[in-house]
Design a protein around this ligand. Structure first.
Ligand SMILES: Cc1cn([C@H]2C[C@H](O)[C@@H](COP(=O)(O)OP(=O)(O)O[C@H]3O[C@@H](C)C(=O)[C@@H](O)[C@H]3O)O2)c(=O)[nH]c1=O
Length: 182
């Protein structure tokens, strides 16, 4: 597994070693010992899987309590995945990082606790799979507006069309008003 630092503190890209042969391929996608050594996070406790059509944007989400770190990847299709640093003590507070994750590049992104996370589907459909460091706690969920002008996230919108959002995400909070971490 290759590990690459990003411009945001503690956000890491993981590139699994892929063993291709005449049958197809094999890769290890998560090892708890290696993951903990690289991130300092404890083993991950919840696995999630979602499918979305092109143009769907989910985010930017986080939980204020039971704050989750997320190890995210795409098993079908491609997305533009974004992390926003909400930790006021961090030198990269308020900054965003975006990366293409796809079933072709096999890349995984580690979005640590203290970040908002979202993704936009660029392929016809995409299946998104992720592991979380804490359990779902809907009472403490927050959604920040995907297009908050103070974040200026450069989403690669297909044909320049507005993305499709859930009602919760349409009603998202402005970055300035969203609760932050220490
Ligand atoms: C996230 C989640 C949702 N659900 C349920 C609640 C709801 O009925 C349905 C869909 O939930 P949502 O609309 O919140 O799903 P979604 O918009 O896909 O939410 C996810 O977005 C990405 C960007 C993240 O980072 C995730 O942490 C999570 O917030 O699934 C669970 O049962 N467990 C979970 O862990």
């Amino acid at each position: 597994m290759n590990v690459i630092k990003t411009k945001l503190n503690d956000v890491l890209i993981f590139e699994p070693k892929v063993f291709g042969d005449e049958r197809g391929f094999f890769m290890e996608t998560y090892r708890s010992d290696f993951f903990t050594e690289q991130t300092g996070s404890l083993p991950l406790v919840q696995d999630n899987h979602s499918k979305s059509a092109q143009g769907i944007l989910r985010g930017l989400h986080y939980q204020l309590e039971h704050t989750q770190g997320k190890l995210v990847r795409v098993v079908q299709g491609s997305v533009f995945d974004v992390a926003v640093d909400l930790r006021q003590s961090s030198t990269t507070f308020g900054q965003w990082f975006g990366i293409e994750l796809s079933a072709q590049n096999n890349r995984q992104l580690w979005v640590p606790p203290g970040f908002a996370h979202g993704f936009y589907v660029t392929s016809e459909t995409a299946e998104f799979v992720y592991k979380c460091s804490d359990y779902y706690h809907p009472q403490s969920e927050v959604a920040i507006k995907w297009d908050d002008p103070s974040l200026s996230i450069e989403w690669p919108l297909v044909d320049g069309k507005q993305p499709n959002l859930s009602a919760k995400d349409i009603a998202g909070t402005a970055f300035a008003d969203a609760p932050k971490f220490k």
